[in-house]
Design a protein around this ligand. Structure first.
Ligand SMILES: NC(=O)c1ccc[n+]([C@@H]2O[C@H](COP(=O)([O-])OP(=O)(O)OC[C@H]3O[C@@H](n4cnc5c(N)ncnc54)[C@H](O)[C@@H]3O)[C@@H](O)[C@H]2O)c1
Length: 383
């Protein structure tokens, strides 16, 4: 690859997508550190997230209209979602793409990258280790999803969130239950608290109890049979529960759901379909006008009644299954994603040239394919 690496950013094509992979601020930061780099942004690529072409040009990028020509001339394509097939197939051999990839769910993408000899770097396989925190786009986006989940809950509920003492009487605060207290869940808790609700949360990993309580929420205890080590993997993720424990959890959760005005579900077990935590019977026991916000809708949902992408009413309870929540906050989501990309590029740009230091576990795990070969040990192990 010659010295003047050409970085290209195309307009995202998914109908729900408003984000852009690199902001004008990101362009400026890259150009400051690597003057020789050429950056071209497709005309209008930042428009839906509030970043105008003019800002990109002022930051040092060029703009171009011909998507096909831009893809063909890119040494590195930066994207949020994995680009359409025709874009990848139109790229040069030896060039690279960085985007969310979901290689385990999309073997076809991996095969295409190998066939085209395009290096694929996946933002979703960056290991969740301390050194990679600034590159952790999954966490940046989940944080937004958790925040939006609480806002959607408050917006859909036909009652107040905070306690209201008015001349016409006192209204008690809403009760919010958050199931799954990972990145999204903790942000949902913090946001619901800020809106004045009484919040409680449950997670199968007892280690999060302290984090839940530090946000001012109470932790729902379920007396599970395994000890702490058994519900969590070495990497800090949840494991699937045994059938006996699932039944115990359901019993306790049912009681809490019944009393809640809003239930926000964010439970995830990596590589598995979303665990079903809220049953039809539980929803039918909720007060009319209550709300379930299920942000695991993309993975099949934590609630039995969730319809991905839709809000349905069941016995007067609204069940929301929103998709692509980060896109609904496209300006900040793009800003954070762009910063995550920049942090990763610090490891992969040397003297303005793209490099792949596979002795670095972050680059190794994030690189799905290189030189037509499968690289990421994470993807190899799980596919
Ligand atoms: N809708 C959207 O736009 C959007 C955006 C980002 C993330 N998400 C989804 O949000 C969910 C959470 O993402 P995250 O980054 O916070 O994941 P995370 O891994 O940080 O958190 C998931 C939590 O669920 C817990 N959990 C697993 N099984 C459980 C069970 N049976 N009961 C209670 N808790 C359980 C885990 O212990 C973990 O704390 C995922 O499904 C993710 O795909 C959706």
């Amino acid at each position: 690859m010659d010295a003047a690496t050409h970085i290209v950013i195309l307009t995202e094509t998914d109908s729900l997508e408003k984000r852009v992979a690199l902001t004008p601020e990101g362009v400026q930061a890259l150009k400051k550190e690597h003057e020789a780099i050429r950056i071209t942004v497709e005309t209008g690529a930042g428009e839906a997230s509030g970043y105008a072409d003019k800002e990109y040009v002022e930051a040092g990028a060029e703009t171009g209209e011909d998507r096909k020509a831009l893809a063909a001339s890119a040494d590195l394509l930066l994207a949020v979602n994995f680009p359409p097939d025709e874009v990848i197939r139109g790229m040069k051999k030896g060039s690279a793409v960085i985007s969310f990839m979901w290689a385990l769910q999309h073997a076809d993408r991996v095969k295409m990258l190998q066939e085209c000899n395009v290096t694929g770097v996946a933002m979703d396989t960056i290991p969740r280790i301390s050194r990679a925190q600034s590159m952790d786009a999954l966490s940046s986006m989940s944080n937004i999803a958790g925040y939006r989940a609480a806002i959607i809950g408050a917006d859909t509920l036909n009652r107040y969130m905070p306690m209201m003492m008015t001349a016409a009487g006192t209204i008690p605060p809403a009760r919010v239950l958050v199931l799954g207290a990972g990145v999204a869940g903790l942000q949902a808790i913090a946001t619901a608290k800020r809106l004045g609700a009484i919040v409680e949360a449950f997670d199968v990993r007892p280690v999060v109890k302290e984090q839940v309580e530090s946000l001012g929420a109470s932790f729902v205890e379920v007396p599970l049979e395994e000890d702490e080590g058994d519900t969590e993997t070495k990497g800090g993720y949840a494991k699937e529960l045994s059938e006996r424990n699932k039944a115990k959890q359901q019993e306790v959760v049912h009681e809490r759901v019944k009393k809640s005005d809003i239930v926000i579900t964010t439970a995830l077990i990596p590589g598995r379909p979303a665990p079903k935590l809220v049953t039809r019977a539980m929803v039918e026991d909720m007060k009319s006008g209550s709300v379930v916000v299920d942000i695991a809708a993309e993975q099949g949902g934590n609630c039995e009644l969730t319809v991905p992408g839709e809000t349905i009413s069941h016995h007067g309870v609204m069940v929301c299954g929103p998709l692509n929540l980060p896109s609904t906050l496209a300006n900040h989501a793009s800003k954070l994603y762009s910063k995550n990309i920049l942090s990763l590029l610090k490891l992969m740009l040397k003297e303005s040239t793209l490099v792949f230091p596979f002795d670095d576990e972050i680059v190794l795990n994030a690189t799905v394919t290189h030189d037509g070969e499968l690289v990421s040990p994470f993807v190899k192990e799980h596919s």
